[in-house]
Design a protein. Structure first.
Length: 386
């Protein structure tokens, strides 16, 4: 296994050092409040939107002019925003007997938003459908065909939704308590967004039923990659990363040495880069970010970054990484990363790339000096279960 420790602007190619990007992420401010932060890779906070509680992921419209930030489960708020800040944010909620799971995705035309939700009285997962042109009014729902749908993505055909059903039953009366670990049944489902029909449903081997499927990314080969969360003794953890397709069963990666326990049993985020040929996953409890070759499933390299969870395609061929210690870093997979900025905030689990120049510079902040970080150091923010 090839590990690249964090370097302070060392070993970066000239092209990498010049790479610029604008990103949005949920975050925790220094005063303990929560917000959406619009930041640049050269250390500026362009704008913030206050949140009423801790946020999780952000769904961006296809034209990336607008987005929706979701509350962390079992939260009940979502905030729709204009990237340029030209319109006031819209706050909306699911029905009284539902809560959000923190993720969503837009239809190809940007008119509909699909959000993963918990029908907690019935103990089933649903996908709420919201009309973006009508102030995000909820107009219906689809089945997720499982319990606890977490991340949902739209495949390149523009029709098929892939849903990561984590399999863990929860109820607002008991907060984030997991109620069915002995009987949980995680699955990956493929759903026709137009009709709601189930296209395919894949489950893990029964011996792996405690591997909760949570995060997804689609690659250039028609596969959907998934990252899991092991709900049993750490020393028994299987591999946490794998892939499937509509016609291909779930399969776990086979690295040269076992990685489940090394990654502390938890994958916090996933993305693809370089046209879908690289799959990047984060393991915040272990302070590691891994890059896999999508075609072969082989590990390309590993970056050590404490409390690292948010990952996103970066400018050009790069990947951007954020941490609960306020670090934003950009690197080309397989090469040394370079630190771009550290902010006086804690980035949350997910990070999204925005088009350059679209955000007005309303509130710039100078970066502070970055501190070195090593692997496997627990923090109090992103290493928590999603």
């Amino acid at each position: 296994m090839f590990a690249v420790p964090r370097a302070l602007a060392a070993g970066a190619d000239a092209g990498e050092a010049e790479a610029a990007g604008q990103f949005v992420s949920a975050c925790k401010r220094a005063d303990g409040s929560f917000a959406l932060a619009f930041v640049t890779s050269d250390g500026k906070i362009l704008r913030e939107i206050k949140l009423n509680g801790r946020g999780h992921d952000i769904a961006l419209s296809p034209d990336r002019r607008s987005g929706v930030a979701f509350a962390r489960r079992p939260g009940r708020f979502a905030v729709a925003f204009d990237v340029a800040g030209a319109r006031e944010p819209i706050i909306f909620e699911p029905p009284a007997d539902r809560h959000f799971y923190g993720h969503g995705v837009f239809s190809p035309d940007g008119q509909l938003l699909y959000a993963t939700e918990n029908d907690y009285e019935e103990g089933r997962g649903v996908i709420g459908v919201y009309d973006a042109d009508a102030g995000f009014r909820r107009i219906g729902e689809l089945q997720s065909y499982g319990i606890e749908p977490h991340e949902i993505i739209l495949l390149p055909d523009g029709v098929t939704l892939a849903a990561a059903n984590g399999g863990i039953d929860t109820h607002p009366d008991t907060g984030r308590e997991k109620l069915n670990l002995s009987t949980m049944q995680p699955s990956l489902t493929f759903i026709d967004r137009r009709s709601g029909d189930l296209i395919a449903r894949h489950e893990l081997d029964p011996s792996l039923h405690k591997l909760s499927i949570r995060h997804l990314a689609s690659d250039a080969h028609g596969r959907v990659w998934f990252g899991g969360q092991w709900e049993d003794a750490l020393e028994t953890s299987p591999e946490l990363v794998g892939w499937a397709s509509r016609d291909e069963a779930l399969r776990l990666v086979t690295p040269d040495q076992p990685m489940g326990a090394l990654l502390k049993g938890y994958i916090g985020s996933m993305t693809t880069a370089q046209g879908g040929e690289i799959v990047t996953v984060s393991a915040p409890r272990a302070g590691r970010i891994l890059n896999f070759a999508a075609g072969s499933g082989k590990l390309v390299n590993e970056v050590l970054l404490r409390d690292s969870c948010g990952i996103s395609p970066g400018p050009g061929m790069t990947v951007a990484m954020s941490s609960g210690e306020g670090l934003l870093e950009i690197a080309t997979p397989g090469k040394d990363p370079h630190v771009t900025a550290t902010f006086d905030l804690a980035f949350d689990n997910h990070l999204r790339l925005l088009p350059l120049g679209r955000i007005a510079d309303a509130s710039a902040a100078a970066p502070r000096a970055a501190s070195r970080a090593g692997p496997g150091v627990h923090s109090s923010f992103n290493d928590q279960n999603t």
